[in-house]
Write a new protein. Structure first.
Length: 480
């Protein structure tokens, strides 16, 4: 008996079909590369229980088919990153009155490329061409990366079936923030929580009651001073749980450890928290919603210092420029990296569809000036929200900057020390320096402060395109 006798909906003699009588346990790469190659190309069908070349049915009994399916899934999960989208099914047939099964895996072209095969810590990228699977060329890898740059992790579907009873925490969270209303199945379906076959989207998996994987890992730390390098670590806690429990854990961690104070307003006294609860909550929600869930081995970091709280999320701003450091939170246009996760948080009424979370943070710090203003800085692999401790009178101390010694600058100003420290490690634009000094980017500032430092050789001025950058001349200063 042959495969074409039980399959009528596909062309078997083409480059998009591969058959294996059994999965070779001694040569895992031999068949895994075919799965990766199909996903990196235009897709294909992979049959297990069918003799290669002849298409003769070998088949499995029910128990054997189940074991082979489980082995296949385990190896794919362990060695292919990210896991390709696949549809796995059993094809039943009878021969001599006995029930037999063939396993069919339908692999569409992956929206996330390249799919990488990692075996014994060696990564490889394969491509399917003309019925054969070979290593991808440099040009093919570049093309795959360009085509998949807009793909989102959370909207891809997993191989985990949806079961309503596994999302009690999500339903309770929804009710708590929606005046007791119930999260309906219709709402979940409209969000893309699961597909027509009730297989969960990747983002939905992260809300499951029993989820404790690394995708949602959180690390919370308290430091005795102003930085990580030279200060004593008071505590460092790691937490793995679903998205809802992670949010609750962070809020409780900070609430139990933040400072509290009291200020006098006329004849009354007002209690203040180091970090306004609303601002803290918005910051945590933002970190969860915009985290890059493709990045394994990372975590959201909550670092509490003597003067501030830092909330860092893996991944730079999605489809955005590297903004460096900015106090203009309201001017940041947030683009969703995770449509499903953000959609769920919006439906839970803890995130606004218009992306106004940063505005709420600014409202909570209204009236805070100088070193008590919240700010954000971003790099290619993370973005960080900094909330100043309102109970610490001196505000945020930028201890990452070096302490310098130098001969007084001829015709210098009171700003020279701060400018040279700020520009010691990185070249800065005039506007960035003015913002750091909390003064306007005026003609006086540029001529009397910056240009004087350039003239006296304390600053090196360079141009990139039309923008001028200033860098401290290390020959004119010494690190203290």
């Amino acid at each position: 008996m042959f495969l074409e006798e039980i399959i009528t909906d596909t062309q078997l003699e083409n480059e998009k079909v591969e058959c294996k009588s059994r999965l070779n346990r001694d040569d895992i790469v031999g068949w895994l590369k075919t799965i990766a190659g199909f996903a990196n190309a235009s897709g294909g069908d992979f049959y297990i229980g069918v003799e290669d070349k002849t298409n003769k049915l070998i088949g499995f009994d029910r128990s054997e088919a189940d074991n082979e399916r489980n082995y296949f899934n385990n190896q794919v999960n362990e060695h292919l990153v990210p896991r390709p989208q696949m549809k796995l099914s059993f094809i039943r047939y009878e021969i001599k009155g006995k029930e037999r099964f063939v396993i069919r895996i339908q692999i569409p072209e992956s929206s996330i490329k390249p799919i990488i095969l990692k075996y014994k810590n060696i990564p490889s990228i394969f491509m399917r061409r003309d019925g054969f699977t070979n290593g991808a060329t440099y040009e093919e890898i570049i093309e795959m990366s360009v085509k998949s740059k807009n793909a989102q992790y959370d909207v891809l579907f997993s191989d985990i079936p949806y079961e309503a009873e596994n999302f009690k925490e999500l339903r309770e969270f929804y009710a708590a923030h929606n005046a007791g209303k119930e999260l309906t199945e219709k709402a979940l379906q409209s969000l893309g929580f699961y597909d027509e076959e009730k297989m969960l989207a990747n983002g939905a998996v992260l809300f499951g009651d029993g989820y404790s994987g690394g995708k949602t890992e959180v690390q919370c730390s308290v430091f005795s001073g102003f930085n990580k390098g030279s200060e004593r670590i008071v505590t460092i806690n790691r937490f793995n749980g679903n998205i809802i429990s992670s949010i609750n854990y962070i809020m409780e961690f900070v609430d139990q450890r933040m400072n509290h104070s009291m200020i006098k307003l006329g004849d009354t006294r007002k209690n203040i928290d180091a970090y306004p609860k609303r601002a803290l909550f918005e910051g945590v929600i933002n970190a969860v919603a915009h985290r890059d869930y493709f990045l394994d081995g990372t975590q959201i970091q909550i670092d509490m210092f003597k003067d501030r709280l830092e909330i860092s999320s893996p991944g730079g701003f999605y489809r955005g420029e590297k903004i460096g450091k900015t106090y203009d939170l309201s001017g940041i246009i947030s683009k969703r990296r995770n449509e499903l996760i953000a959609g769920i948080l919006v439906s839970c009424n803890v995130m606004e569809a218009a992306g106004t979370g940063f505005d709420k943070i600014m409202e909570e710090y209204h009236g805070a000036e100088g070193a008590h203003r919240p700010y954000i800085y971003s790099a290619s692999d993370h973005f960080t929200l900094v909330l100043p401790d309102l109970t610490y009178e001196e505000g945020v101390t930028d201890s990452r900057l070096p302490v310098l010694e130098f001969v007084p600058v001829p015709g210098g100003t009171d700003y020279d020390n701060k400018v040279l420290s700020f520009c010691y490690y990185y070249a800065r634009k005039a506007a960035e320096i003015a913002e750091y000094l909390h003064i306007s980017d005026s003609t006086y500032f540029r001529k009397q402060v910056l240009e004087n430092l350039v003239t006296e050789n304390y600053l090196i001025k360079d141009k990139l395109s039309r923008a001028a950058y200033y860098k401290t001349n290390p020959d004119m200063v010494e690190l203290r």
